[in-house]
Design a protein around this ligand. Structure first.
Ligand code: AMP
Length: 919
């Protein structure tokens, strides 16, 4: 292998390594380079060139060796793999003090590929590299040299390329090879979208958002997107493409439907067999053609069989009733494979001469528009129609036609039909349709009307019936007249009368007209009625408000009794949370649930955080007759509104109802003097997210599970009390000095209710999207099951040491990805069982998520059987081996006092614990 080499590109993709010359760096001392190019044999006895330096006897060594310029080719973070051997100082006699066992790796970014003079100070240090293995004998021939491989990564974003340099400070080293590479997320196809080979981001936690392009013969369903993670893994596929019509997905590509198959729409999942009476001869059909004699309507879906027009309706019968005819028929014998047959009725009046002829002796004309068809003349779906308003003593011919969706497509002329001829009988005149008033006096009304639309003969007279409206028809009067007007006299002044008129022919009286109301007073009376109605409605509305308000009052004023009532109704031991917002008087709630503390017993020490309402301080509390304790003090900043005061105190009213080792304990409140304060127990390690980030990688799996167990236990307690937290997240868990985790922050439950639009608008400020279950975001359905979802996210935060869920994706993308079924992957070194439990908490159906009680049982089982936590999702198997001892296990379950007992009984390692029985 060559002494210095660089790989220009990703480890997966690039060509052979490029040899590079090594240059000396200009050092302060300007001494000549002490690195030497030396040939040695590698472990397969192949000669290789190395760079060596070994000035262990001289003090203050500063020997530099640098590579040629390495273009960064778009990479933002490069990895440098150095293979080297290093001599153990102890094995060199008489070198104490001067011999070193490390060397330093430097880089210098530059646009120039031929910098001949680079100052030492221009180089930035990457790391001091030490050997995992050093060797003690110089005898290379005996193969005692131990080859070390160390990889370091460095962000190179500012220039076109960079130089690497190795600084020896007095060690005995041989550089065998240097490999420089960067990582890419390889070209891939996901959801029918191609994602190009993508260079990873500059930082170890950065995600590069990449837009995919639809594969050939496909179209976009929703913008395809994925994120390229720093380790070269693709994450969070969103959106994707559908195969175009005529194509289906096979092996990640879109392939044409074969003959006999078709695909009509891109959203259809696959090609389907041609439906009955159709065929496709060529590949890639989007629709199948109909066999001869079969048709498809414009509105027929491609998946429907080809069909035929119907045959004629059957068995048409008619029943004549004066001037109406009822026609009834049976459906066609053949419906053509469809169920959309409709009928139309043609009506002809047949006389002795005319344009259209039904028989030799008759000529027929269309009936005209005054004939009525019920339910209709065209587009009938029933097989019965009533034809009325026909002329008396007239011969009609009715023809019923049958059609269906393909009648027009079939191109056949007139639709198949069946006919019948009837003659109508003598009939009474139709009713008068309109009565008008021509003149009004205090005692008379002059009325007029039109002849009926169908007199059905000569009108012999009209009959007028009228009565006082208030009397109804109990007493009415009748007047008869030959003309179409009547002067009704002898009426009472200021009285409303109702009038009906009917006509008489030789066939008898027709029906009375509908009622017409006129008053001897010309005031339009309906307005009076409307006025009364609205007043009544107003009165009713007012009454409703009054009643509702009354009910609310009732609830408010008695809610303090609610908990006592509930406790009587519920089995003993079951405590139910009471919402302080149901109290009319918030001070009453505080009084019921929190203890008032005298401000003189509080000693504030320092500010430890910033809450929503003001500063959070730590301090001491000494209550009479009790020992002094450390406390956290939240205060309400000056200039608060009534609402802020109420919201601030509500947290204490909620917290004060809980009593559990994993729920933050309320010591009391200060409400009698300002500032208002809430005093809680002090949690030395602050919030869990910040605590984990600070101690990244420092806990054993069992310790992490111990923390999760505590949180689950607190949440089980809250859910048993019917309390829904709504903002469960690592930032709202506090940790004390014994690593006990306690649920805190009981503020969010109300904030959301105050803002019903919050979930639907862009302003999702109050909803912690990344932690919240989809149904809670969409429908504001907050339940213990949505708290379980959030608990799953907390598990992920804990196992990943405070990583941000869904990294730097935006809220919209998170919601979309979760909606499409994406779930957070297992964090590094996460035991499979824990990730499975997270996935269970993130079931889409909330009924399928586990309860807190089940989660607690599961975690208890894991703690009791630490072996189950060894199987991990990580790709690096060594990372799965738990590092904890029996003592740490006992500590995590709070039983460290039994350390000696376990040791005495021979339980020295975790494997031995697996054999532990109940006895
Ligand atoms: P909060 O208003 O509850 O979100 O509190 C703001 C910050 O104050 C938290 O993130 C913690 O860092 C700190 N804090 C709140 N309560 C306590 C406590 N009981 N013990 C220690 N630190 C606390």
């Amino acid at each position: 292998m060559l002494p210095c080499e660089a790989l220009n590109g990703s480890s997966e993709l690039e060509d052979a390594p490029q040899p590079l010359k090594c240059f000396a760096v200009h050092t302060r001392t300007k001494s000549s380079p002490k690195w030497e190019e030396v040939s040695i044999m590698d472990e397969k006895n192949i000669p290789i060139r190395t760079y060596q330096v070994c000035n262990v006897l001289e003090p203050s060594q500063n020997n530099w060796l640098r590579t040629d310029w390495i273009p960064r080719s778009g990479a933002q973070r490069v990895y440098v793999e150095v293979k080297f051997t290093l001599r153990d100082c102890n094995s060199l006699p008489g070198v104490t003090g001067t011999c070193k066992e490390t060397f330093n790796l430097y880089y210098h970014e530059s646009n120039e590929d031929r910098e001949s003079y680079i100052k030492e100070s221009s180089f930035i240090k990457v790391d001091t590299v030490a050997a995992d293995e050093s060797f003690t004998q110089v005898d290379v021939g005996d193969r005692i040299m131990k080859l070390n491989t160390e990889v370091r990564d460095v962000k190179v974003t500012t220039k076109k390329g960079f130089y690497l340099a190795f600084q020896d400070v007095g060690a005995c080293i041989a550089l065998v090879s240097v490999r420089v590479f960067y990582k890419t997320c390889p070209l891939t196809i996901r959801n029918l979208a191609t994602f190009p080979d993508t260079v990873t981001g500059a930082d170890t936690s950065s995600l590069v958002e990449v837009r995919g392009s639809c594969v050939n013969r496909s179209e976009e369903r929703e913008e395809p997107k994925m994120y390229c993670g720093a380790d070269g893994e693709w994450l969070v596929p969103i959106g994707g493409c559908f195969c175009s019509p005529g194509y289906e997905e096979r092996g990640g590509a879109c392939k044409a439907c074969t003959a006999g198959f078709y695909k009509a729409r891109s959203v259809d999942p696959a090609c389907a067999k041609c439906p009955p009476h159709s065929y496709s001869l060529r590949d890639g059909a989007t629709v199948c053609d109909c066999h001869t004699g079969y048709f498809r309507a414009d509105s027929d879906p491609a998946s429907m069989s080809c069909t035929q027009p119907p045959s004629a309706p059957q068995q048409l019968i008619s029943v004549v009733n004066e001037t109406s005819v009822v026609l009834e028929w049976a459906p066609p014998r053949r419906l053509g494979g469809r169920s959309d047959a409709i009928y139309s009725v043609e009506c002809l009046i047949c006389k002795s001469s005319g344009r259209r002829s039904i028989s030799n002796s008759q000529t027929c004309l269309p009936c005209g528009s005054d004939v009525l068809f019920s339910p209709s003349q065209l587009g009938l779906r029933t097989t019965r129609v009533v034809v009325s308003e026909l002329k008396a003593h007239t011969r009609y011919t009715f023809t019923v036609h049958a059609r269906n969706g393909v009648s027009r497509a079939s191109g056949a002329g007139s639709a198949p039909s069946v006919s019948v001829s009837v003659t109508t009988n003598q009939a009474a005149p139709s009713p008068v349709s309109m009565i008008q008033v021509l003149d009004v006096t205090r005692h008379s009304l002059l009325l007029s009307w039109q002849q009926p639309d169908r007199p059905n003969g000569v009108i012999l007279e009209y009959e007028v019936k009228f009565y006082e409206k208030d009397q109804k028809e109990r007493s009415y009067r009748i007047m008869r007249t030959f003309s179409q007007t009547v002067d009704v006299t002898g009426l009472s002044p200021l009285t409303v009368y109702v009038f009906h008129v009917r006509a008489r022919t030789a066939a008898g009286y027709g029906d009375f007209s509908s009622p017409f109301e006129f008053s001897t007073n010309s005031d339009p009376f309906p307005l009076i009625g409307e006025g009364v109605n609205s007043a009544f409605l107003l009165l009713r509305a007012a009454k409703n408000i009054y009643i509702t308000y009354g009910a609310v009052q009732l609830i408010y004023s008695h809610s303090s009794l609610l908990s006592s009532l509930l406790s009587l109704l519920l089995p003993t031991g079951v405590k139910i949370y009471v919402d302080p917002f149901t109290y009319e008087d918030p001070d009453q709630a505080i009084h019921d649930f929190a203890k008032e503390i005298d401000v003189s017993s509080i000693h504030i020490e320092k500010v430890i955080g910033m809450g929503e309402f003001g500063e959070v301080c730590s301090g001491r509390l000494r209550l009479q007759g009790k020992r002094e304790i450390y406390v956290a003090i939240k205060s309400l900043k000056a200039g608060y509104s009534d609402k802020q005061r109420r919201d601030f105190l509500s947290e204490a009213s909620i917290m004060g109802q809980f009593d559990h080792p994993n729920i933050i304990r309320l010591e009391g409140v200060v409400t009698r003097c300002k500032p208002l304060m809430i005093i809680t127990e002090y949690m030395e390690n602050g919030s869990l997210d910040a605590f984990l980030r600070k101690h990244d990688g420092q806990f054993t799996v069992i310790q992490l599970v111990g923390m999760l167990r505590g949180i689950a236990s607190g949440m089980k307690y809250l859910s048993d009390m019917n309390y829904v937290h709504r903002d469960l997240a690592a930032r709202n868990i506090l940790v004390n000095s014994n690593l006990v985790c306690k649920v805190s922050d009981f503020g969010l439950s109300r904030v959301l209710e105050d803002d019903p639009e919050a979930a639907y608008t862009a302003r999702v400020g109050h909803i912690p999207i990344r932690w919240t279950a989809p149904e809670a975001i969409t429908y504001r359905k907050f339940t213990t099951s949505s708290d379980v979802w959030s608990y799953g996210i907390v598990m992920w935060e804990v196992v990943s040491y405070g990583e941000r869920p869904y990294w730097d994706m935006n809220n919209q993308d998170v919601m979309k990805a979760v909606e499409e079924g994406y779930r957070l992957p297992a964090p590094m070194d996460c035991p499979v069982v824990l990730h499975q439990l997270m996935l269970d908490c993130w079931e889409r159906e909330r009924a399928e998520r586990p309860s807190f009680s089940q989660i607690l049982n599961m975690l208890d089982k894991l703690i009791r059987n630490p072996g189950t936590l060894q199987v991990c999702v990580s790709v690096v198997p060594e990372a799965c081996v738990p590092e904890w001892s029996v003592y740490e296990w006992l500590q995590s379950i709070g039983l460290e006092i039994y350390r000696e007992t376990f040791a005495a009984a021979g339980y020295n390692n975790l494997e031995s614990l697996l054999a532990l029985t109940h006895q």
